[in-house]
Design a protein around this ligand. Structure first.
Ligand code: COA
Length: 181
C-alpha cells in the first residue's frame, strides 16, 4: 500500500489524471508489487510502456502521488481496440470509482476517439475486475463478451489458466461523449 490511509469516496473525486512518463516507472512498479494478482514485470517493461505507449495509458494522482494506473495499447491490426495490459488502484482508493474514472478519461481523449472496444484478460476469480468491466458495459449501454484465451494453457498459475478475454463493445461515440462528462 503506497498511501497507507483510508480514503473517502469524495476524495477520489479530486484526483488528477494524465499520461504517464518515464518519471512514473518506479511508482507504477511499486504499485504493481502490492496489487495481487498482477504479475510484477521488470522496471524496463514499464519504462517501455511509459516511453512508447504513453498516449494509450493513464495514471491517477492524489496530492501528486500516483495511486492508480492503466497500461494499455492498441493492437496494430485492430486500431479500434484498446487492450488493457495491466491496471491497478492502490488499496485505500478502491471501490471509489477510480478505475472507472481512468477508463472514462482514456475513452474521452481526442486522440483515442477511434476506440470502439475495450479488451482485457480477466480471471473469473477476480471479482473486482469482472464487476468493473460489467459496469463499463452497462454505462456504455453495450455488450460484454467473453472468450477463451487460446494461450491460457501455457501458464502455470491457476489465475492465468482460467483467464478469459473480455471485450466491452461496440462503444459508440454518443456513449463516449456521455461517459466523458
Ligand atoms: C480491479 C480494480 C482495478 C478496480 O478498481 P476500483 O477503482 O476499485 O474500481 P471502481 O471503484 O471503479 O469500481 C467499478 C465497479 O466495480 C465494482 N467493484 C469494484 N471492486 C469490487 C469488488 N471487490 N467486488 C465487487 N464489485 C466491485 C464497483 O462497485 C463498481 O461498480 P458500479 O460502477 O456498478 O458501482 C482494483 O480492484 C485493483 O487494482 N485490483 C488489483 C489489480 C487487478 O486485479 N487489476 C485488474 C486486472 S484485469
Amino acid at each position: 500500500m503506497l498511501t497507507g490511509k483510508i480514503v473517502k469516496p469524495e476524495e477520489a473525486g479530486r484526483l488528477s489524471f494524465r499520461s504517464p512518463d518515464v518519471g512514473d516507472v518506479s511508482a507504477i512498479h511499486a504499485l504493481v508489487k502490492c496489487c495481487a494478482p498482477l504479475d510484477v514485470n521488470s522496471r524496463f517493461c514499464y519504462l517501455s510502456f511509459c516511453e512508447h505507449f504513453a498516449s494509450t495509458c493513464v495514471v491517477a494522482e492524489a496530492n501528486g502521488v500516483v495511486i492508480a494506473f492503466i497500461i494499455a495499447y492498441s493492437p496494430p491490426e485492430r486500431r479500434d481496440t484498446l487492450f488493457i495490459w495491466q491496471m491497478a488502484v492502490d488499496q485505500p482508493f478502491r471501490q471509489c470509482g477510480v478505475a472507472k474514472q481512468m477508463l472514462r478519461n482514456l475513452l474521452s481523449l481526442h486522440h483515442l476517439k477511434r476506440i470502439r472496444n475495450i479488451e482485457a484478460t480477466v480471471s473469473p476469480s477476480n471479482a473486482a475486475a469482472c464487476a468493473l468491466f460489467h459496469s463499463l458495459a452497462r454505462e456504455c449501454n453495450t455488450f460484454l463478451g467473453k472468450s477463451l484465451l487460446s494461450a491460457a494453457t501455457m501458464f502455470d498459475e491457476a489465475h492465468h489458466k482460467q483467464s478469459k478475454l473480455i471485450r466491452v463493445g461496440p462503444i459508440n461515440s454518443i456513449s463516449k461523449t456521455l461517459i466523458g462528462r
